[in-house]
Design a protein around this ligand. Structure first.
Ligand SMILES: C[S@@+](CC[C@H](N)C(=O)[O-])C[C@H]1O[C@@H](n2cnc3c(N)ncnc32)[C@H](O)[C@@H]1O
Length: 279
């Protein structure tokens, strides 16, 4: 396990994932019933940007740094949370910040140091459980929630260190969908070049899962397999209102993050919303 999210916190991939995550939770919280949130690859929960690993890569300067001033309306709730929380919030801390008393969060993190940091962050928090267990196993074991919530949001955010990560992700989503049919599943994926993404979408189409969409943002034409040219979020059972909300969020991200990108232009940067499988 070499991947450390601390080097990449606040980059354009995080901005897409976290802006959508905040919207998803808000949409699910329109109903009063409790929501169970499972964050299968949680990381440490919060990150220094000006010092330490993130300052060494500087990826956040082309990401969250470009959203902080006068954020466009579709990103306002996400950016307000980032500013309120101080350090850059990873997914578990963002989720925790918007939990209602009736909601619960379970996080899985396998790296010993990151797991320990997450345990400290949520020590004695009765609404948050932190597990040091394998995410792929947890997608079966922790769904449906034993605490009885009827609705769940599952964020799956693997590090893509292994060659077969897209295959494992498609299998993991199928497992989670089998265990809890109505759960909203959200999985982030990198767009370096097109071929692996097309194969992933095809695997999802063949999986038998219904109601899948993907939202994508790329800052350069996805031609260089060595660079993170963009990223996407695949959603199973997107909540009501998704179709109206997603395009403005993507456009707002593109407007700020695509500006001045090398290779960005009419044919370079762009967004897309794809229906992978019908309801
Ligand atoms: C992309 S980072 C997560 C970032 C986090 N979701 C966020 O948005 O702030 C992926 C994390 O998954 C952890 N990880 C890798 N393989 C795992 C596995 N099989 N089970 C649980 N965690 C794993 C890594 O240590 C890393 O912290």
């Amino acid at each position: 396990m070499n991947y450390r999210h601390a080097f990449h916190a606040g980059n354009h991939g995080d901005c897409l994932k976290h802006a959508m995550l905040v919207w998803l939770l808000g949409a699910m919280q329109r109903k009063p019933g409790g929501v169970f949130v499972l964050d299968s690859h949680a990381g440490t929960g919060r990150y220094e940007l000006e010092h330490g690993p993130a300052s060494r890569t500087g990826e956040w300067r082309a990401g969250i740094a470009r959203l902080l001033d006068d954020p466009p309306e579709p990103l306002a709730a996400y950016v307000a949370l980032v500013q309120h929380l101080g350090l850059y919030p990873g997914s578990p801390w963002l989720i925790r910040a918007v939990l209602r008393p009736q909601d619960r969060l379970a996080c899985c993190e396998l790296h010993p140091d990151d797991h320990a940091a997450l345990r400290r962050l949520f020590a004695a928090d009765p609404q948050v459980a932190v597990h040091r267990r394998d995410a792929w196993e947890a997608l079966g074991a922790l769904l449906p929630p034993k605490s009885g919530e009827k609705r769940a949001l599952v964020l799956v955010d693997p590090p893509y260190e292994e060659a077969d990560e897209f295959t494992r992700l498609a299998e993991g989503l199928a497992t989670a969908n089998r265990r809890m049919k109505g759960a909203v599943l959200a999985a982030w994926y990198p767009i370096k070049h097109r071929a692996p993404v097309r194969a992933f979408h095809a695997a999802l189409r063949d999986s038998g899962i219904r109601d899948i969409v993907a939202a994508e943002l790329w800052l350069r034409a996805p031609l260089d397999a060595a660079r993170l040219n963009g990223s996407g979020l695949v959603l199973v059972n997107p909540p009501f209102g998704f179709a109206d909300a997603v395009a403005p969020i993507l456009a707002a991200l593109l407007g700020r993050l695509g500006a001045g990108e090398e290779g960005a232009g009419e044919d370079g940067a762009g967004t897309d919303v794809l229906r992978i499988a019908d309801e």
